[in-house]
Design a protein around this ligand. Sequence first.
Ligand code: HEC
Ligand code: HEC
Ligand code: HEC
Ligand code: HEC
Ligand code: HEC
Ligand code: HEC
Length: 451
Amino acid sequence: MKVLNSFISQRFKLLVVTAISLLSFSSNIYAEGDKAKGEVLFKANCGACHFPHKDMTGPALKGARQRWIDNSSEENFYKWIKDSQKLIGEGDSYASSLFNEWGSVMTPQAVSDEQIDDIFAYVDGYEDVTPPPPPTGGPGGTDVAEESSNAIWWIIAVLLLIVIGAVGTVRGNLNRVAKVEAGEAVNENETLAQGARRWAWDNRGWFGVTMLLVVVALLTAGMLDLMKIGVFEDYKPEQPIAYSHKLHAGDLAIDCKYCHNAVTKSKHATIPTVNVCMNCHKTVTEGTTTGTEEIAKIHDAAGWDADTKSFTGVTKPIKWVKVHNLPDHVYFNHSQHVEVGGVDCAQCHGDMKKETVARVMTTADLNAVEENKIKFSRPTLTMGWCIECHQLSNVDVAGSHIDGASESEDSYYGVIHQRLMKDKETYQKYLEDDVISVAELGGWECAKCHY
Ligand code: HEC
Ligand code: HEC
Ligand code: HEC
Ligand code: HEC
Ligand code: HEC
Ligand code: HEC
């Protein structure tokens, strides 16, 4: 007993020691400064002139401490930040070379040594997160849950086969024993295939039912896969600029079509080019929440020098990450829905005036918009979603938009009605419920949506 006790307490001590050393290890990481505090300080004091990872008005700050240790001293590093001109006056050669190279004065910064440590904990730990490309196979992509549900079906199928095999072997042996006892002939030289066939025949009831179950299970798995339960919903990738729909489309009340200006004319709504942003951001150089940091990215992209107020000619397109992503085999056309069908953006994209960067709205988000006439039950962007809306959207008998605006006879719907009227019987059938749905017009035909 004593031995056991001491063994346990030994183990316990070991555990405690390990835990403590682990804890102290993790607190070590932050011994040189607090990243979170550093980020705030950086953005408030340095972000107007510096990026952590690339040059702006001043040099990229990542690795700056090391540069000072290598070329001057760590002590001067702190001095520089607090008053760069004073250090230059003291004759530090690295300080002078920096000033000559960059040619503009770094204003004295009212920060303590400790705050500088915090800032550089953030700066040196900064990773340039270029937003990852949307996973293949659609936005949100072939998600993990989907794959694991598939895997489960395979496991079930394999297990079933093993069970069948095991039951078969046992029953086969029992049969054999029974046959031998009854004096019946037993073919000892039977090949594996012959044995399997005989076994399947002997157990045909059992075998049939099991195989049917396996087939049904696999088919169900396949169907679920096709219906892709909500894999697109709520996909909200990080974007290169902290753009806000709430601010621009909401507070500033800029029309959706001002930026997404192809939406009424073409298949695509398109993302605005940087020139559209520059219409305002040549003069608006500072935002309330992000200061100049985010808008500077627009200037970078447009090749605009905010100081000299001129274009440098060096542009680099903003790499917005696509949020809505139908598979290539699907045909969707904006102008058909927005212009011809008269469907409002909010019906499919929800209340964008409350969002920062875009996301794929969930069915609940779409249904929550009061003005939306169509209430969905199928996950956004899935085939079920398109189909459901085509059934629920009616084209008025009078030949009008679903929003009720009347159309003349030679209008888009007018022409369709004229054509339909030629086949009175079908037309009557369509009209039985007093409405013609998009589905009845052909919105359920595979070829309308699939190439
Ligand atoms: C008004 C613009 C401005 C602000 C604000 C500013 N800097 Fe600078 N910084 C510069 C410029 C410009 C240089 C290049 C040297 C020069 O021209 O004087 C520089 C250089 C530096 C260097 C030397 C880099 C190297 O490669 O060795 C460090 C370190 C530095 N800044 C840190 C900071 C920190 C930390 C802050 C915020 C607390 C800050 N700066 C705020 C403009 C600024
Ligand atoms: C009937 C539903 C529907 C309506 C109405 C609709 N959209 Fe879309 N929108 C979609 C779908 C579906 C996609 C994805 C298209 C793709 O991946 O090919 C999309 C994609 C987009 C994109 C991404 C760029 C592109 O063209 O693929 C933008 C921007 C956009 N919509 C803006 C708008 C705006 C603005 C309106 C209103 C003027 C609007 N949409 C109306 C369904 C709709
Ligand atoms: C019609 C004018 C207009 C257009 C076009 C415009 N913006 Fe703005 N934007 C503004 C105004 C005004 C503000 C400042 C609001 C404030 O006071 O914070 C602003 C602020 C911002 C901010 C800073 C937000 C903050 O609070 O810090 C960012 C980032 C931004 N815009 C990005 C963009 C991008 C990207 C585009 C192009 C796709 C764009 N803007 C197009 C008018 C515009
Ligand atoms: C000032 C310009 C501007 C205005 C106004 C604007 N947007 Fe956008 N929109 C953008 C930019 C920039 C992006 C790309 C960044 C993102 O995904 O949020 C975008 C993205 C989108 C997307 C997702 C595109 C994709 O990749 O699938 C949709 C949907 C969208 N906007 C709808 C709207 C709707 C609806 C309105 C009106 C309520 C609107 N936008 C108003 C600039 C604008
Ligand atoms: C909000 C309801 C709504 C949703 C969601 C919707 N549609 Fe439609 N769709 C309509 C309406 C209304 C029309 C009729 C417009 C017209 O007459 O051309 C239409 C027409 C079409 C047509 C033309 C049909 C024809 O007979 O010419 C195609 C193709 C189409 N939609 C594809 C899609 C695809 C693909 C999706 C899903 C990604 C989708 N739609 C989602 C409402 C919707
Ligand atoms: C109103 C538009 C529409 C019509 C009509 C339509 N589909 Fe689709 N279909 C879609 C969309 C959108 C997707 C992609 C959604 C997804 O991946 O979840 C899709 C996906 C599919 C897929 C799955 C491919 C994959 O990536 O998993 C198959 C198979 C398919 N459709 C077959 C058909 C057949 C067969 C018909 C005719 C009976 C048909 N579709 C009619 C819009 C439509």
